[in-house]
Ligand binder design. Structure first.
Ligand code: SF4
Length: 360
């Protein structure tokens, strides 16, 4: 099975987007060099049934200098050398692991949106294959409405055509906010600008960035492909919203193949692989009808977060990583669901960071 990994080694960024799902700031979380070495050492090798195809390193802003990013890329390329072939397609076909960086694009260009060759070459020479530019949306443009975003995108396309450097440009759809990070605070303001919480039924079962098929690997890109996410602490999650989905195993203590194999026998992981949040709720002991009502308000990812916090309280599921709700989350879910529904979901004792909240 082709294995794709989205790795978030830090949440350091200077941009401050209101929708940021992992609260990235300049004082953000940063994986230590030891965690980076452990993660790279425990990724699947060429002999594994999980054939490592591509690793995308995100953040925060992945092009933040000195955020251990250079160390990460050098250490990664010591284990997975970049192929000598000219194109990414040829390197991929030759079985080399593709390494990409996810950026706003901003750090690759000047104030007029012109790509700066030595900024781009700096990362290419370190060992990356291409860039994913994830800022083509209202959220990044709201942060810097004065910046020539369209010129940047146009110039990156021209640079790609001229220099053969790949830039995959995309952005976040306005109606796909998930209930985490700064979106918890700024949703009302963003809704006035046309954004909204992602509540479409079947989201987790169908979206490429969601959990579905992370174990079975069926259906994505037509290939047998699995995609998982590694958080800044080295834990593996089934989808890119690692603040909401449960951490399944820790690469500081288990290698990737062993961890994934162990997940195959877990009913919790089987329903995540289906992307079925009503079944996840059932496993956590929540009534399916209540789960559907909650999903209609806060989406699959909201149900997933609430049920994961509940599951982590249960001895038989204590192996997952799911933090108690933060005060900010309690305020968000109370305003969207009402205190009674939230209390019912947790049988009157809501696990909140550092305490238990009892709602009479
Ligand atoms: S429902 Fe859970 S597992 Fe699925 S995409 Fe949302 S956070 Fe991830």
């Amino acid at each position: 099975m082709a294995q794709r990994i989205y790795w978030v080694p830090h949440t350091i960024c200077f941009f401050g987007c209101e929708h940021c799902h992992n609260d990235s700031v300049m004082e953000g979380i940063q994986a230590s060099r030891q965690i980076i070495e452990q993660v790279i050492a425990r990724l699947p090798g060429p002999e594994s049934r999980y054939r490592l195809d591509e690793v995308l390193v995100g953040g925060g802003e992945s092009l933040m200098r000195n955020a251990h990013m250079e160390f990460l890329i050098r250490t990664f390329r010591e284990r997975f050398p970049r192929g000598p072939e000219k194109s990414i397609a040829e390197r991929r076909a030759a079985g080399h692991v593709i390494l990409a960086l996810q950026t706003m694009g901003f750090p690759l260009a000047d104030p007029k949106g012109n790509p700066v060759a030595h900024h781009i070459d700096y990362w290419l020479n370190l060992g990356i294959d291409y860039f994913q530019v994830a800022s083509n949306d209202m959220f990044h443009e709201r942060q810097r409405p004065d910046y020539p975003w369209e010129a940047l995108r146009e110039n990156l396309r021209t640079y790609e055509a001229t220099h053969g450097v790949e830039f995959l440009v995309y952005g976040k759809a306005a109606a796909r906010l998930v209930p985490s990070g700064r979106a918890l605070d700024h949703l009302p303001a963003l809704e006035k600008e046309g954004a909204s919480l992602l509540t479409e039924e079947g989201y987790c079962a169908t979206a490429w960035e969601a959990a579905s098929n992370f174990l079975s690997g069926t259906g994505k890109q037509g290939l047998e492909t699995s995609e998982v996410v590694i958080d800044p602490y080295g834990w593996v999650h089934p989808c890119c919203w690692y603040e909401l989905s449960p951490g399944l195993f820790d690469l500081n203590v288990a290698d990737f193949e062993t961890g994934m194999e162990a997940m195959r026998s877990k009913s919790l992981c089987q329903v995540l692989d289906e992307g079925n949040m009503v079944r996840l709720a059932e496993i956590s002991g929540v009534d399916p009808e209540m789960a559907r009502q909650v999903r209609d308000v806060v989406g699959d990812c909201g149900v997933c977060r609430l049920c994961s916090a509940r599951l982590a309280q249960q001895p038989e599921h204590a192996w997952i990583k799911a933090a108690p709700l933060s005060n900010r989350e309690v305020a968000f879910y109370t305003s969207h669901l009402g205190a009674l529904v939230l209390s019912d979901l947790f049988q009157q004792t809501i696990p909140v960071a550092g305490r238990h909240l009892t709602v009479e």
